[in-house]
Design a protein around this ligand. Structure first.
Ligand code: XMP
Length: 608
């Protein structure tokens, strides 16, 4: 369902591609991510093309072959970074390896262009490149240069170029990144003035149109939809209800025993209140999930066990419902359907549920219907609002598919590590902070240079120097001490000096304990009006005895984030932290309580 006034974002890989499309859509203009290898002709009907940057490709790369003919379609083109260099080369310019420019830089505007209408003479932009456009071809003008990058003195010419006749524009910087403050204005100039798109694309206005499209796609068949209770599947359920009515829609909610306290009952109540009660089947499969998790300690093995069990239960229940003439409905959203260069774990893993072989096979047979597959999360929320979904469901914190299964950390033996070296290096790095650091004999997951790292967390102990200071200490510790990717600050004031692993796996008992603790944390956030400020807040059980006390270290992980690709630790205030800590410490199993103060990267949002 491609609107006619649409922009194609050519995906050369990298995590910024979705940001480009998101920022254009935020202006009310439809944008779609496309593969640059597709035949040039399939790009003819777009009103504008944006060439993304690329994490791996250099303009010199032999692999950087793509359908360059798209540039000749007469459609306006805007390129960033790698895309900028491709435009320069296609226009007869030169690109050379130069000194790398990374981070904030100043763009000095040196010639007028409609692309820069409304910008000041100098603007802050964000750069990340090692190749530079060193000369431009006939018909091109340099419209901006960058000054004062990392080394303050160097100036990079041709940071912005334009060939107004052909409506080709290239920017060495990344306007899609928030640090480029004038980015939204540049996008607006491009889509509204240069591509001349006047229509407003608003998902909230598309309820009838989308329902009609679903009705057409489904035809006279039935739909079976998995309803987790999350915003995506709830919005999809409401859209199906509107499109085909309750008689031909079946919702299946699988209680995997890894949900939050009373969550399945809440999901059931909520779906009933939305008029979806008659369609709903709830299956308690918690025993099967627990059995599949028995004895597992590796995070990815746990995820796989949960994913496989999910599919097995789903297949069995689907058979029981006799859906021979049914389609599988899924609430898959846009980022999950587009494979892009940045290998984000969340995407890979979500793909686990939505793109397992059985589902792939059903897709190939034309038996899967995904009515939200072209939408980002904000747009799903907007559609949900228009369909009457209640605000509490719309603003729910994201919850991972494997649920609490990945928040009950498991380990069978202490990790081998050079504790004395780590202690020494940590003590050295913490000098002058008033804090001591205890490296923990477990590993947790993190991201370093786009790869996953399993490294040791450090428990910081001492007087709280303030949240910003803690976050800064965490950043410098992870940077300066090899083998550290996560920092926790101890809230319970027990000031432990020793941590000892208590071998543990995922058991019903630990899950029940975590459910209670998690509910306490969530209620405290609600009481203190923090649910909207905090983007997500996992509570994690780590099987550690601290100075001989308890058998679990509880880690609370409140974060700020936009799209989960990066995150900042959120502070929940002294009072809320105290209330949470004293409530959690009342449990015999709990030996200490800590708050995670690490950014992502180097840590991830989840513990494992
Ligand atoms: P990380 O821990 O990678 O998490 O920073 C980023 C976002 O993804 C969620 N997450 C998952 N979601 N299956 C999911 O459906 C998973 O296995 C999974 N692991 C992490 C996480 O909650 C956060 O919102």
């Amino acid at each position: 369902m491609k609107p006619k006034d649409s922009i194609a974002v050519l995906d050369f890989g990298g995590q910024y591609v979705h940001l480009i499309a998101t920022k254009i859509r935020a202006l009310g203009v439809h944008a779609e991510i496309r593969d640059p290898d597709d035949p040039a002709d399939t790009f003819r009907d777009y009103r504008g093309l944006v060439l993304s940057g690329s994490p791996a490709l250099s303009a010199f790369d032999a692999d950087s072959d793509w359908s360059r003919d798209v540039l000749e379609l007469g459609v306006p083109v805007l390129g960033f970074c790698f895309g900028h260099q491709e435009i320069a080369k296609a226009g007869g310019g030169r690109v050379e390896h130069t000194k790398r420019e990374y981070g904030a830089a100043k763009l000095k505007i040196v010639n007028d262009s409609p692309l820069f209408a409304g910008l000041g003479p100098e603007e802050q932009v964000w750069m990340s490149h090692g190749d530079t456009v060193t000369s431009i071809g006939d018909g091109f003008t340099e419209i901006g240069m960058s000054v004062g990058g990392v080394d303050e003195i160097s100036a990079h010419r041709n940071a912005a170029i334009a060939c107004e006749d052909r409506r080709w524009y290239g920017l060495q910087f990344h306007p899609e990144v928030d640090d480029t403050l004038c980015g939204p204005r540049i996008f607006e100039n491009f889509v509204r003035e240069i591509c001349d798109i006047r229509t407003e694309w608003k998902v909230g206005d598309q309820v009838e149109e989308r329902a009609a499209a679903v009705r057409k796609e489904v035809g006279d068949r039935n739909v079976l939809l998995l309803a987790s209770g999350g915003v995506d599947s709830s919005v999809a359920a409401l859209l199906f209800l509107k499109a085909i009515g309750p008689d031909r829609l079946r919702l299946l909610h699988i209680d995997n025993g890894l949900m939050r306290k009373d969550e399945s009952a809440g999901v059931k109540r909520n779906l009933e209140s939305l008029g979806l009660g008659p369609c709903l089947n709830v299956v308690d499969a918690s025993a099967e999930f627990l059995a599949a998790l028995e004895g597992l300690t590796e995070p990815e093995a746990k995820r796989k066990a949960i994913g496989d069990t999910f599919i097995a239960v789903f297949e069995r229940e689907a058979k029981k419902l006799d859906l021979s003439n049914a389609l599988l409905g899924q609430g898959t959203i846009y980022p999950d359907t587009i494979e892009t260069g940045g290998t984000k774990r969340a995407d890979v893993i979500k793909t686990h549920h939505n793109r397992v072989p059985l589902v792939q096979q059903m897709i190939a047979e034309g038996r899967v219907v995904e009515p939200l597959a072209d939408l980002y999360k904000v747009e799903v929320r907007e559609l949900g609002k228009a369909l009457g979904l209640d605000p509490a469901s719309i603003d729910r914190h994201p919850f991972p598919g494997p649920g609490l299964g990945i928040r009950v950390a498991a380990a069978s033996r202490p990790e081998d590590f050079d504790e004395s070296r780590l202690r020494l290096e940590i003590a050295h790095a913490l000098e002058g902070t008033g804090l001591t650091g205890l490296p923990l004999p477990v590993k947790s997951v993190g991201v370093k240079a786009d790869l996953r790292s399993y490294e040791h967390p450090v428990l910081l102990v001492g007087e709280n120097p303030g949240h910003d200071r803690l976050a800064a200490i965490a950043t410098s510790l992870a940077k300066n001490v090899q083998g550290i990717n996560r920092c926790l600050f101890e809230l319970s004031d027990t000031r432990p000096e020793r941590a000892e692993l208590v071998p543990a796996t995922v058991t019903r008992e630990r899950l029940d304990l975590l459910r209670e603790l998690d509910a306490i944390v969530m209620q405290a956030l609600e009481r203190h009006d923090l649910m909207k400020i905090v983007w997500q807040c996992p509570t994690v059980l780590v099987p550690l005895k601290l100075d001989g006390r308890g058998r679990e270290l509880v880690v609370v992980r409140p974060v700020h984030s936009e799209r989960a690709m990066t995150a900042r630790p959120a502070w929940i205030g002294e009072k809320c932290a105290r209330e949470i800590t004293s409530a959690l410490m009342a449990f015999d199993e709990v030996g200490a309580v800590a708050i995670d103060v690490t950014t992502k990267p180097p840590a991830t949002i989840e513990w494992e």
